[in-house]
Structure formats: structure tokens, C-alpha cells
Design a protein around this ligand. Structure first.
Ligand code: HEM
Ligand SMILES: *[C@@H]1O[C@H](CO)[C@@H](O)[C@H](O)[C@H]1NC(C)=O
Ligand SMILES: *[C@@H]1O[C@H](CO)[C@@H](O)[C@H](O)[C@H]1NC(C)=O
Ligand SMILES: *[C@@H]1O[C@H](CO)[C@@H](O)[C@H](O)[C@H]1NC(C)=O
Length: 357
């Protein structure tokens, strides 16, 4: 049910980002301005024609990824880290630049190599984030906050993965809602809840049952405490995916049962570190299990309205798992809202070319 339209969306977005936005972006967005800013700041930024998205690697089985070539190192001043424990960990092991700034193609290669994320899915997630929060002229994206390391500001906004309301959103498992101030750092209170739920529903392990219960509980928490709670469109899709990521990517690839022990969980979520001797998954992974946890507690997209807690209203305009084309439109709107209107308006007369499907 879910997977076919989602694959279509993935392909579409990929085509959009690949054939439309990227190759001629540097021209569209005033190459000149960048070069001027470049000579002013003396930073070595050049407009980049991005390479094609990476292909799948040849070998896609389990292997040691916490290896001598990729030692964990502590953060240095100025290193960027953000809401995603996957990208944080890859940066802290040098699978992408340790400063947390890299091109989307480097990120795709890193998630494939270090965590065995499936190629098309990796491309979708990464380029979607790049479109929304990256610098398309210099082809660089920050996995945390805004930084001058992605290049001079105009014309790109390039806020990094921390920007709320793009990919980052409410009701994360170990990150608090933006309303409470910090939307991207590891939150001990929330991790205690992660452990508590793993004890109550998984005998001390995070498994699919825990994932479903915790996902639903985090939604109830936000409804009860966050007057600005919003959970729709991109966030609605990604939150369910992120709930199964710890099973699909953080469980050692030699282990047959998909359940995560708490030491390994803390290692990834808090320390941004592979557990000792960690092997990546034994096959390329993406969203496996997402439909199962959704079925445990079906929940329609929406948010608290009128700035009041306990005032959740379903938003009928939001995409659901049955209407991914709406998600595609929303993504276009978000990207346009970030200041890329002219690029898309000229070239995207058809907003939902597969409505006829
Ligand atoms: C195998 C690779 C990946 C893994 C294992 C992973 C894992 C996760 C997990 C578990 C979360 C939820 C954190 C929480 O709720 O506490 C998350 C959030 C996030 N991830 Fe990743 N991720 C991966 C790849 C990526 C990529 C490629 C990007 C973009 C370049 C990305 C961007 C994000 C962002 C922006 C969030 C924050 C969403 C929120 O507000 O909760 N992730 N990731
Ligand atoms: C951690 O999350 C809780 C629950 O969302 C929130 O009340 C608290 O302010 C957060 N703590 C920090 C340090 O952000
Ligand atoms: C996300 O958190 C950071 C750091 O606490 C904060 O500076 C930023 O304003 C937050 N984003 C939003 C949109 O609240
Ligand atoms: C998760 O673990 C609990 C406790 O061992 C078990 O009852 C439940 O069936 C497990 N869930 C799955 C999907 O395996």
C-alpha cells in the first residue's frame, strides 16, 4: 500500500533535484554574487556543478565499519552536529568530514558505506535535506546549524539540518520540540523515556513493539505540552521512518534479531559513536517496519491549534501515507518558500504529474 507511491515520490523528487534544480543551479542563482562574496571573504568558495548522485556500492553485506580507518574522535570547536544520530556518528568517525559539513554526494556514499542505507532511499533523504537546507551553489550541507563553512550567504539560505519545519520536526525520540528551546541536541530526559519504554515493552531492548509505543507516546506528549505542536507532511512521513531507523541501522549486522540494547543506543544517540567492533546491517535498509508501527496506533496528521495544548486538530490538507502526491506539492511549496520561487515557477508547470497513476 505504502511503498509504491512512496517509490514514485522518491523517483520524482530525485528527478526533480537531479535534472531540474542542480546542474544549472549555479547559473540560475547568480554565480557572480558568489564569486564576489568569495573575493571579499577570501574563502575558497566556488560555484560547483555537482556530480551525479552516487551509485550503490558493489558490496552490500555486513562488514566491520568501526574499523582502524575510521576512529571515533571527540568534537573540536566549530564542528557541526545536529538532530540526526546517524549523520552525527558518521561525522565523528570520519565517514564524512569531521566538521559536519559535506556535499550530498559525500553524504550518500557515507550512509551507504557506514550504515548500509539503500541507494535510492539515501539519495531521496539526502537531496531532500540538501534542497531545503543546503547551499546549492557550493554543493555543501551542514548536518547541524548554519555555518559559514557552507559558503557565503546570498543567494542560499543554507540553514543546515537544525532548521525546524523543513525535515527537522516535533515529537522526536531523543530531541525536544523546538518550542522548548533546543530542537536538535541529545536530551537526557527523553532518552530516559526511551529506556523506560524499552524496559516496559521490550525487556530492556528497543524493538518494533517499543518503536510503535514510543512513537505514539511522543505524539501524546507533544499534544499535551507543546502549544505549537505540528506534525504533518514531511514530518509525518519522516517521524515514522526515524522510529525504525535504530532497528534497521543501529543493530549489529551479525545479529539476527532486530532489537537494540541500551548501551548501543546511548552510543549512537548521545556519544555519536559506533559500539565497539560494530558491523553495519547485513543488507541495504530503508524504512522497513514503518507500516507495522503505524498500524499499532494509526494517527492522522495535524497539530495543536489556536496556540493551545490539548487542542489537536487533524489537518485534512496534509499528506498521509495514502496521498503522497500531496507531500510532493508540500515539498515544492517549502522549497519555494525558502526563496527558490523563480527557479521552480518557470520550470514546473505540472505539480503532480503522476496524479493520473
Ligand atoms: C543510515 C542513515 C541514517 C540513520 C541511521 C538516521 C537516524 C536518525 C534517527 C534515529 C533520527 C531520530 C532522532 C530522534 O528522534 O531522536 C534521525 C533524525 C534526523 N535525521 Fe537521520 N538518519 C540517517 C540518515 C539521515 C540523512 C542522510 C539525513 C540528511 C542528510 C538525515 C537527517 C535527519 C534529520 C534532519 C533528523 C531530525 C528529524 C527530527 O526532527 O527528529 N538522516 N535520523
Ligand atoms: C528535554 O526535553 C523535555 C521534554 O520535551 C523538555 O521539557 C526539556 O526542556 C528538554 N531539556 C533541554 C535541556 O532541552
Ligand atoms: C533550534 O535550536 C537552536 C539552538 O537551541 C536555536 O538557535 C534555533 O532557533 C532553533 N530553531 C527554531 C526554529 O526554533
Ligand atoms: C519486543 O519485545 C517484547 C519483550 O520481549 C516482546 O514481547 C515483543 O513481542 C517484542 N516485539 C517484537 C515485534 O518482536
Amino acid at each position: 500500500m505504502i511503498s509504491r507511491p512512496f517509490v514514485l515520490l522518491t523517483t520524482l523528487l530525485f528527478l526533480l533535484s537531479n535534472s531540474l534544480a542542480f546542474p544549472n543551479y549555479a547559473d540560475v542563482l547568480k554565480r557572480q554574487e558568489v564569486e564576489e562574496a568569495d573575493s571579499r571573504t577570501g574563502r575558497p568558495f566556488r560555484p560547483v556543478d555537482p556530480p551525479s548522485p552516487p551509485r550503490p556500492p558493489r558490496f552490500t553485506g555486513a562488514k566491520l565499519v568501526h574499523d582502524p580507518a575510521h576512529p571515533w574522535m571527540p568534537l573540536r570547536d566549530g564542528d557541526e552536529r545536529g538532530p540526526c544520530p546517524g549523520m552525527n556518528t558518521l561525522a565523528s568517525h570520519g565517514y564524512i568530514s569531521r566538521d559536519g559539513v559535506a556535499s550530498p554526494s559525500e553524504m550518500v556514499i557515507a550512509v551507504q558505506e557506514g550504515l548500509n542505507m539503500e541507494n535510492k532511499f539515501a539519495i531521496f533523504v539526502t537531496y531532500l535535506n540538501h534542497l531545503m537546507n543546503g547551499n546549492l551553489v557550493t554543493d555543501l550541507l551542514s548536518i547541524g546549524g548554519k555555518t559559514s563553512k557552507t559558503g557565503p550567504d546570498p543567494p542560499a539560505h543554507a540553514g543546515g539540518l537544525n532548521v525546524h519545519g523543513t525535515f527537522e520536526g516535533d515529537a522526536g525520540m531523543t530531541r525536544a520540540d523546538t518550542f522548548f528551546g533546543d530542537n536538535h541536541s541529545f536530551n537526557q530526559t527523553l532518552f530516559d523515556k526511551f529506556i523506560d519504554f524499552s524496559n516496559r515493552f521490550g525487556d530492556g531492548f528497543y524493538n518494533l513493539t517499543v518503536a510503535g509505543e514510543l512513537r505514539f507516546q511522543r505524539l501524546q506528549d507533544s499534544i499535551a505540552t507543546n502549544p505549537e505542536f505540528s506534525f504533518k507532511n514531511v514530518r509525518y512521513f519522516t517521524a515514522y521512518g526515524e522510529s525504525v531507523f535504530p532497528l534497521n541501522f543501529f543493530v549489529d549486522g551479525r545479529q539476527t534479531e532486530k532489537k537494540l540494547d541500551m548501551d548501543s543506543a546511548r552510543s549512537f544517540f548521545e556519544e555519536m559513536k559506533f559500539p565497539p567492533d560494530f558491523f553495519r546491517s547485513s543488507m541495504p535498509m530503508s524504512n522497513q517496519g514503518r507500516a507495522d508501527i503505524f498500524r499499532m496506533h494509526p494517527f492522522l496528521p495535524g497539530g495543536n491549534v489556536d496556540g493551545k495544548v490539548n487542542n489537536f486538530a487533524v489537518d485534512p490538507a496534509s499528506a498521509t501515507f495514502e496521498t503522497p502526491c500531496v507531500l510532493y506539492d508540500d515539498i515544492l511549496n517549502t522549497v519555494q518558500g525558502l526563496g527558490f520561487t523563480s527557479v521552480f515557477n518557470d520550470q514546473c508547470p505540472e505539480q503532480s504529474p503522476y496524479g493520473q497513476e
